[in-house]
Design a protein around this ligand. Structure first.
Ligand SMILES: Nc1ncnc2c1ncn2[C@@H]1O[C@H](COP(=O)(O)OP(=O)(O)OP(=O)(O)O)[C@@H](O)[C@H]1O
Ligand SMILES: [Mg+2]
Length: 400
């Protein structure tokens, strides 16, 4: 039985026309041939960094804008072009690019400095040296020759939230100690309030120049997608309306090109799985749904066990509107079955509020007359999503 149904899938797959030329152009790691609608921002970055080419020190620069607005792409591109021009003109430039979200590279001050030393060929031990010694090695290797060093710290907010801004203070001050070399920092972030959290001295030296990447609008996203779609799908494999819909949905969110590309990729995969000859708007609708569900599932998956126990208690209650008291009793039952410690009512109530903030529940405080106030809880996810959530909790975390 299973054999025939599997054979059906495979033979159907072989028979259906090919939809994708290649999926690579929709992958996040893909390096697009064309960067559209970012000339102004790239020219600004280029103009700020150009003094490198005359052995002068550029200003430290801070680049910010919401997620998926092309910051990483554009900064990498400009720095790449600058390095090429420098090489052609025999100007000594070294660029270092660090993604501060990367584990093992930027989660401690030690590791960042070790990475910086490594960039200059020093293999320092993974732990053990005093941080001051690492600073010394870094400064010495920087200053070993006359050169401009550009240090791009992408997702710089992640660095500061993990190790504080002391390291930025030190790095922005290093030029005072250097004789031959010059170090320029380029910080990139999608945390729009990031610079407000910095020590004012760090802020002013990091923000000598500031470049904002605005969200893309639907038309701009459509252009970005159309370029990629040409390389991704066979001729006639995608309807214009599908591309427009991806662009419109992503523009509504916050002008996120990554989101638009994801939508198109998932929509394509849905159409392909159904053996369709082309993808249209209906596939984009389904892709949007799938991405939303996946996002909720991921949120639930990464919640602490206690929050999952509370959600399980709520999900398995047929009542549409549940009170905190009722939920707490059910939650205690879940803990007993699962062998979990039972949290106090106040802490449990905090976790319920957190689930509310994640958009999974709606939590309303209501007055019960002389019985005081209570919270009324209802689920915000669709029945189907709820089914997916409970299935995941059952399978991955053994709730029953
Ligand atoms: N103007 C553009 N032309 C072509 N592709 C683009 C453009 N802008 C963004 N992209 C693509 O969109 C995706 C997101 O871009 P990028 O990673 O540069 O965003 P970001 O601003 O750095 O986002 P985050 O803040 O989340 O790091 C990448 O796959 C990138 O190739
Ligand atoms: Mg980025």
């Amino acid at each position: 039985m299973a054999q025939t149904s599997l054979q059906k899938i495979f033979s159907g797959y072989l028979k259906s026309g090919k939809l994708f030329l290649s999926k690579d152009p929709l992958a996040t790691s893909y390096d697009p041939v064309m960067i559209t609608h970012r000339d102004k921002q790239m020219e600004l970055v280029a103009a700020i960094l150009a003094p490198c080419l005359r052995n002068e020190k550029p200003s430290n620069t801070f680049v910010y804008g919401k997620t998926g607005t092309g910051k990483t792409l554009c900064v990498k591109h400009v720095v790449g072009e600058l390095t090429k021009t420098a090489a052609e003109n025999s100007v000594q430039i070294k660029t270092i690019f660090i993604n501060c979200k990367m584990k093992k590279i930027a989660d401690t001050e030690y590791r960042v400095l070790a990475q910086l030393c490594k960039e200059f060929g020093y293999d320092v031990p993974a732990t053990g040296l005093p941080t001051n010694r690492l600073y010394e090695i870094f400064y010495e290797s920087l200053d070993a020759q006359k050169q401009n060093v550009l240090l791009v710290l992408d997702e710089i907010d992640a660095l500061v939230s993990k190790v504080g801004d002391g390291i930025l203070y030190n790095l922005t001050r290093v030029n005072q100690e250097l004789v031959n070399a010059k170090l320029t920092l380029v910080g990139v972030t999608n945390d729009l309030s990031f610079s407000e959290t910095l020590d004012p001295r760090v802020k002013s030296s990091l923000n000598e120049e500031e470049i904002v990447f605005p969200p893309y609008n639907a038309l701009e996203l459509r252009d970005i997608l159309s370029e990629r779609a040409k390389l991704t799908f066979v001729s006639g494999g995608v309807r214009e309306g599908a591309v427009q819909k991806c662009a419109a949905l992503a523009a509504q969110e916050h002008g996120d090109a990554r989101r638009a590309l994801d939508l198109l990729r998932v929509a394509g995969e849905i159409a392909e799985r159904n053996g369709e000859q082309f993808l249209d708007e209906s596939h984009v609708d389904r892709a949007q749904e799938k991405i939303n569900v996946d996002r909720i599932l991921e949120t639930v998956r990464t919640q602490p066990r206690q929050s999952q126990a509370i959600l399980w208690a709520i999900a398995n209650n047929q009542n549409q509107n549940q009170t905190t008291g009722e939920t707490y009793e059910r939650y205690k039952g879940v803990c007993k079955k699962r062998g979990l410690d039972v949290l106090g009512p106040r802490r449990a109530s905090d976790l319920i509020s957190e689930l509310g903030m994640l958009g999974i529940l709606s939590v309303r405080t209501t007055s019960k007359g002389r019985h005081g106030r209570t919270k009324e809880i209802s689920l915000l996810v669709s029945k189907q999503t709820l089914g997916n959530i409970t299935e995941m909790l059952k399978e991955d975390f053994y709730f029953e």
